[in-house]
Design a protein around this ligand. Structure first.
Ligand code: 3H9
Length: 697
């Protein structure tokens, strides 16, 4: 028997243990071990009931994702699960940590499931572009009903043990020691017959047959949420078969759909995203055992939207934080907004009133600097102006303790210049949060030229602690995200002058899978933001931003003024195309001698995406990003790039770099040197390589 699965007896109870750190994934060895173990237990006449439990931090967290793409490796998980379900002896799954994907499917094949209260159960396959492929789409609805099963399978969100119990997914929630409870449970039900096998359950199937609207509604919801992704619809199809066909036919249809899904580019993209997020946490020259500085208390300077959001994020993670602004009225306003935000979460039922009070109590408002000398971390979130930031950091240097981490939340300024305003540049780092800071998952961690390894390691650790995806980037204007965003948004603006309309550009981008197009995003963020920055620059660009700048000059800042690239009626957020804007575009194009033409959707997509990808290649070559997958992680978590496309660099790899380069060169011939191809793109395309392969080699 394999070492990852062991079998032992306690009296008449046989215990099968899985031990495959870190998450007990169902590697080939584990599947073989599980099969051998159940055969052994079945054959042992002393064994009256069987417990399946896991060692380490969790129950089985699913199939081994790194095995996908290698073709089928025997034994098949479905066959393993069938042998547990077919056992003549009751099998009890004892769940702690997370029973996810194939892990939950194994538990569904068992006759009983018990779990500790902190356990979570779910079928997250859809998030990997897959569907549950080992019976989950057939067994789960038979156990908990179709409506709830559809929701779990198509969203991939897990549920807690308590909810699982109320749905009948778990038979008992355990208070004390899990294994002892599982043995006790197994002894109690050892003689119970017939054994409850999900494949035989009919109540929910009969109910669903009488309720055809259920699927119509689910299809509508799922299609709206999918944004072009195929996996949610495959999930739906597999569950539908569970109503219409006998169990075994359902299983074979599920297997077919799974085979299609696992071979899809969409699933390859989402698996890439999964590993990319975890790779981002690893910094080659900052090993995992690098000492970190303790962060028990923090101060945030600037109580505006960003500062307030950052204070919430820290407080949510249990860190005491002082929120500082120059005047008491600014601080009061900041705290007011924080209370409103927490209140909204309480209203939605996502936070209890008492937890809100606990978090609020961690935030101390202040209009003086008394808290600074003892703070472990100071985050500056003041106006984006270099002079102001330098002055602030010089003052911080004078009052903060020697080993405090001094962070700037700048979104584009030179962190090295800010660091040099202190006598300890090695303690200075950029922590670029995204707005709203309490919602967006991305944290760009900007490493200055001399930032110490301890400070880098501490910032990476902090990201995890505050539930953000931390990506380490280097210093340049706009870092990774905003530098690429600038190219993307600029191209979208040019397209308007050349012949497109805001609604066409946005339609193309949302059809690709973004939640919003660049014009609607600009209206939401405020057209005035970029306009003010451009105005402050010594040499404003010629006409590229003409439409945005004219709208801003006319006071059309977007949603907040009721008009921007679109109109908004009575405080609504629904954009309505605006013929006045169309006239304005035509006028600006004429003034700049740009002849408007009909522009294809295809060109819009390539122009917007390839502009950003070409810049991404430059960023990679300059080592501003450590790996191409880090760029993907930034764009997916901070800018709404559709995860099922894998991020801009992965997407470029799927298109083929030779094709991307050819198109970039063609745009260069038509639109000038802004399109000069990144040397890295030229090299990789010439060698027939991908950005992804670069990371490996
Ligand atoms: C499936 O089951 C398909 C079936 O329906 C059908 C089959 C026929 N495989 O996230 P962490 C690694 S699809 C391989 O940092 P946490 C991970 O890369 C699967 N590796 O820890 C990392 O490695 P490293 C459905 C995996 O505590 C390390 O483990 N299941 C897998 O923050 C620690 O991970 C899922 O989608 C895996 N399945 O979170 C669950 N899972 O240290 C995916 C993790 O080298 N997993 N690793 O960077 C998760 O959601 C989280 O990892 C989990 C732990 C919540 C379990």
């Amino acid at each position: 028997m394999s070492q990852t699965v062991t079998f032992e007896k306690r009296g008449s109870i046989g215990i099968i243990h899985v031990d495959n750190p870190p998450v007990n994934a169902l590697s080939r060895a584990v599947r073989q071990g599980l099969l051998d173990a159940i055969r052994g237990a079945d054959a042992d006449s002393d064994v009256k009931a069987i417990v399946l439990a896991c060692r380490g931090r969790t129950f089985i967290a699913g199939a081994d994702i790194s095995e996908f793409g290698q073709g089928p490796l025997e034994p098949d998980l479905g066959a393993v699960i069938a042998s547990y379900e077919a056992s003549e002896k009751p099998v009890v799954a004892a769940i702690h940590g997370t029973a996810l994907g194939g892990g939950l499917e194994v538990a569904l094949g068992c006759h009983y499931r018990i779990a500790v209260a902190t356990a979570k159960l779910g079928l997250p396959e859809v998030k990997l572009g897959l569907l549950p492929g080992a019976g989950g789409t057939q067994r789960l609805p038979r156990i908990i009903g179709f409506e709830k099963a559809l929701s779990l399978i198509t969203t991939g969100e897990p549920i807690a043990a308590g909810e699982a119990k109320s749905l009948g997914l778990v038979d008992e929630v355990v208070d004390g020691e899990l294994e002892a409870a599982a043995i006790g449970f197994a002894e109690r039900i050892a003689a119970t017959r017939p054994l409850p096998r999900a494949r035989d359950f009919t109540t929910h199937v009969e109910a669903a047959k009488k309720n055809p609207e259920l699927f119509e509604k689910a299809k509508k919801d799922v299609t709206a949420r999918a944004r072009g992704a195929g996996a949610p619809l495959r999930c739906l199809e597999a569950v539908r078969v569970a109503i219409e066909r006998p169990f075994d036919e359902g299983l074979s249809r599920e297997r077919e759909l799974f085979a299609e899904a696992v071979a899809s580019t969409e699933s390859a993209a989402l698996r890439h995203v999964f590993f990319a997020e975890r790779a981002a946490a690893k910094i080659p020259d900052v090993p995992a055992d690098t000492p970190t500085l303790p962060i028990r208390s923090a101060a945030v300077i600037g109580a505006g939207t960003m500062g307030g959001g950052i204070a919430m994020v820290l407080a949510n993670a249990g860190i005491a934080v002082t929120l500082i602004d120059r005047e008491q009225s600014f601080v009061d306003k900041g705290v007011e907004i924080i209370k409103k935000n927490y209140g909204a979460t309480v209203k939605k039922g996502k936070l209890s009133q008492s937890e809100m009070e606990v978090r609020l109590a961690r935030i101390t408002p202040s209009s003086n600097w008394d808290a600074l000398p003892t703070a472990d971390l100071v985050i500056e979130a003041v106006f984006e102006e270099m002079g102001l930031k330098k002055e602030l950091f010089t003052r911080l240097d004078g009052v903060c303790k020697k080993d405090a981490i001094l962070a700037t939340n700048t979104s584009s300024l030179d962190v090295d210049v800010i660091a040099r305003a202190t006598s300890r540049p090695e303690q200075v780092i950029g922590l670029h949060f995204f707005s709203p800071a309490n919602v967006m998952r991305l944290l760009e961690i900007v490493r200055g030229k001399v930032t110490s390894k301890e400070v880098v390691a501490s910032a990476m650790k902090l990201a995890k602690q505050i539930n953000k995806v931390g990506v380490l980037v280097g210093v340049c204007e706009g870092f990774v995200g905003n530098r690429m965003l600038h190219k993307y948004a600029h191209e979208a603006q040019h397209l308007l002058l050349e012949g497109a309309l805001p609604q066409q550009v946005d339609r193309v981008i949302t059809a690709f899978g973004f939640a919003m197009g660049p014009m609607a995003t600009s209206d939401l963020a405020g057209i005035d933001v970029g306009w003010r920055i451009r105005k402050a620059k010594a040499k404003p660009e010629r006409y590229g931003w003409g439409v945005a700048d004219r709208l801003a000059e006319m006071g059309h800042f977007g949603q907040k003024t009721g008009s921007g690239f679109y109109k908004y009626e009575d405080g609504s957020r629904v954009p309505i195309p605006n013929p006045e804007v169309e006239k304005l575009i035509v006028e600006i194009a004429q003034k700049n001698g740009v002849e408007r033409r009909s522009i294809s959707d295809h060109e819009i997509l390539d122009r917007c995406l390839f502009a950003m990808i070409n810049e991404g290649a430059k960023i990679l070559e300059e080592k501003i990003a450590l790996r191409s997958s880090d760029i993907d992680t930034v764009w997916i978590n901070g800018y709404g790039f559709p995860a099922h496309r894998g991020g801009p660099m992965f997407y470029a790899d799927t298109v083929g770099l030779a094709k991307v380069l050819g198109t970039v060169q063609e745009f260069g011939r038509k639109h000038g040197k802004a399109w000069s191809p990144a040397p890295l793109l030229v090299r990789l395309a010439g060698e027939g390589k991908t950005f992804g392969a670069l990371a490996e080699g």
